[in-house]
Design a protein around this ligand. Structure first.
Ligand code: ZN
Length: 670
């Protein structure tokens, strides 16, 4: 039986996991679950990186012993991973004895090889990066990542002869072109190697929070050097040779693309020096941005992944992250897009299919389908092709393609129902044909659920149960259970909708929606052609209209779940009194009036859709309220700089807001 040892990066514990961290764990979990489903003996390890000076400081700030702080964070991390259904087999902490044993053994081996020497290090050190920063990497003397001034340190350190391994690393990349995936990351590393490598400091003097060097207990091992060794110590290095021989080398390290240098240069060089085989493959995934900004603990742009999991269960979030973001590339998360995909993939597609199928089977066959009476229809061929594409994609970690392939089978099943019209077959009394059609669709749904198990373990287990398969999903095997089989009698169970459709946005809290025009007066008239959005030359103009904007995108900016916005959002809208100086109908338009208004500091041209309610000449001299800070929009070729407010009663004509005693133009309305 083959085996697969899989790791993720271990996490700093100076803050709770965020979406970026969760993305890595979820995608690695999908790989681990796929391997188990394929019958591969799998060992999936994650953990926490605790020997950071930041952790030490954070603990002290909270008045805690560092270890007590780390214990507390471990509970928080484990809690998040449990809620996201991440199925690691082992969880390592770098403060554990087993890890300290591994670090001691590794450092000793490297020293015995003659690859360590003592020298003074003098230069900048960024505490947030936990990294020595060559001065050439600083921007205006500041850390380019954190924008903070690095500490200047001068201390006697132990150095690792990294430079010695440059040629061996280049050779390794040549012989093992798949060592680092995706390819674009490999090219980055090869360029780095071409430039030559400097030796690196691997110790910090006079510190206590860390693993002491075996031959110099007054220094601790530099946190990055320490952390990398977890991959070996987690499977027994330095402590349990049999376990280590069983699992090493690792088959896959899943890491973020920003730390490939540590994993593809320093870590392999350490292993070469220690005489240990290198991991087989490293996958550098991209970043998930949230509103265009990288998730970062330091920058504070954090989405708690539990927000989505608490609202919808872990599976919709898992599916979104896996299916919407090509694995290896950067991707984006927005609540708007999340809700859209939830409705499309889950509520309307898979969830609806499961429900209709159970309802039809219940109505026409009392929930019981006999072993398939005849030859399966074309769905069997589709399923075979889908399984093949799914496996091919999963084997190269194209997780998005695999999920996409599985949904292809769901689509095909829905189309098959539309085509065969089981309700017509029932009416026409075509009993055998009806049974065959229902059996085929059940079988397609069952196979789709098996394929999607690694991505949506909880929901797919439930789908399988409803389709009459209540085996423990851990016992399922791709070879056997994703193959078409019409031979079993199936009892189909009805249930509540798995994913009720989201009619109103459930969560616009964390992300301010793009600035949106309240459609009142500037509504595009019926006789104007639709305005394309972002591609317009005057991009940024409020091109959104109710027709173009899906329902989920229409809440006011940054509305809470209850539709309320904070005052801060309201004050962004600059409402001003304006006096109308001139007004005329826009030629060729039934609704539009062009006017010049005085806003106190200047005069402006506005276009408003009020021609059906007001004659232009009656408007001159009136005072109205306008949104003064709206981006310009072109209507019938006229640039409108602002929006006039009016009430728009249902089915009635617009009515302008007015004043008893008009205040001077430019007065603020609030
Ligand atoms: Zn930094």
């Amino acid at each position: 039986m083959s085996r697969f040892y899989l790791t993720t990066a271990i996490d700093y514990v100076n803050s709770r996991p965020h979406l970026g961290t969760a993305y890595e764990k979820i995608t690695a979990d999908v790989i681990a679950r796929y391997k188990r489903l394929s019958g591969v003996r799998t060992h999936f390890v994650m953990g926490n990186d605790e020997h950071s000076q930041n952790v030490y400081r954070r603990a002290r700030e909270q008045g805690l012993e560092p270890l007590a702080y780390c214990d507390q964070m471990e509970r928080e991390f484990r809690d998040v991973w449990a809620r996201l259904n991440v199925s690691f087999d082992d969880f390592i902490r770098t403060t554990e004895d087993r890890h300290r044993a591994g670090v001691g053994a590794m450092v000793q081996r490297i020293a015995d090889r003659g690859d360590l020497y003592e020298a003074y290090y003098e230069g900048p050190y960024c505490v947030s990066c936990e990294a020595f920063k060559p001065e050439k990497d600083l921007v205006d003397g500041l850390c380019p990542v954190h924008g903070t001034k690095p500490d200047w340190i001068k201390e006697k350190n132990h150095f690792f002869r990294l430079s010695k391994y440059r040629d061996a690393l280049v050779e390794h990349f040549r012989v093992h072109p798949g060592f680092l995936q995706p390819d674009v990351r490999r090219n980055e590393i090869l360029r780095l190697l071409e430039g030559g490598l400097d030796d690196i400091s691997i110790s910090r003097a006079g510190q206590h929070w860390g693993v002491p060097l075996p031959f110099d207990p007054s220094s601790v091992v530099y946190v990055w050097f320490d952390a990398l060794i977890n991959y070996a110590s987690a499977v027994g290095f330095g402590r349990d040779d049999a376990a280590f021989a069983d699992w090493w080398p690792a088959d896959l390290h899943v890491i973020g693309k920003d730390i490939t240098r540590f994993h593809c240069v320093i870590w392999p060089a350490m292993l070469m020096s220690a005489g240990i085989p290198l991991p087989r493959q490293i996958f550098g995934h991209g970043f998930v941005t949230f509103k265009g900004q990288k998730m970062s603990k330091s920058l504070g742009t954090v989405l708690d992944p539990l927000d989505a999991a608490a609202r919808f269960g872990p599976d919709p979030l898992r599916l979104y992250l896996v299916k919407e973001i090509p694995y290896g590339q950067d991707g984006d998360f927005s609540w708007e897009r999340f809700e859209e995909r939830y409705n499309v993939d889950l509520a309307n597609n898979l969830g609806n299919l499961v429900n209709r199928l159970a309802a039809m089977t219940d109505r026409y066959r009392k929930g019981r389908l006999p072993a398939s009476p005849g030859a399966p229809g074309r769905l069997a061929t589709v399923a075979e092709d889908v399984v093949r594409r799914y496996r091919a994609a999963m084997e190269v970690f194209a997780l998005h393609e695999a999920a996409f392939a599985a949904f292809g089978l769901v689509d095909a099943a829905n189309e098959y129902i539309a085509e065969t019209e089981p309700w017509s077959l029932a009416k026409q009394g075509q009993h055998e044909r009806l049974t065959q059609v229902l059996s085929d669709v059940v079988e397609a749904v069952r196979i789709a659920a098996v394929l999607l198990l690694p991505v949506m373990p909880q929901s797919c287990a439930e789908i399988l149960r409803r389709m009459g398969d209540d085996r423990n999903t851990a016992d399922l095997r791709l070879d056997r259970d994703a193959a078409w089989s019409g031979s079993a009698e199936r009892v189909i169970t009805k249930g509540d909708p798995l994913w009720p459709r989201l009619e109103a946005p459930a969560a616009a809290t964390t992300e301010p929606a793009p600035q949106q025009e309240k459609q009142t007066m500037n509504d595009r008239p019926a006789d104007q052609p639709p305005t394309p959005g972002p591609a317009r030359p005057d991009a940024g103009a409020p091109a959104a209209s109710p027709v173009q904007t899906p329902p989920a995108a229409q809440p006011p900016a940054a509305a809470d779940a209850d539709g309320k916005i904070p005052i801060d959002d309201f004050v962004k809208i600059d409402l001003r009194v304006a006096r109308i100086l001139e007004a005329e109908k826009v030629k060729g338009s039934r609704k539009l009036i062009k006017m010049r208004v005085d806003v106190g500091t200047e005069t402006r041209t506005l276009v408003a859709g009020i021609a059906e309610a007001y004659e232009p000449e009656t408007l001159v001299g009136r005072s109205v309220v306008i949104v003064a800070n709206l981006k310009p929009a072109k209507l019938m070729g006229i640039e409108s700089n602002g929006m006039v407010l009016a009430a728009s009663p249902e089915g009635g004509l617009p009515a302008l807001l007015g004043f008893d005693n008009p205040p001077p133009p430019g007065s603020r309305v609030k």
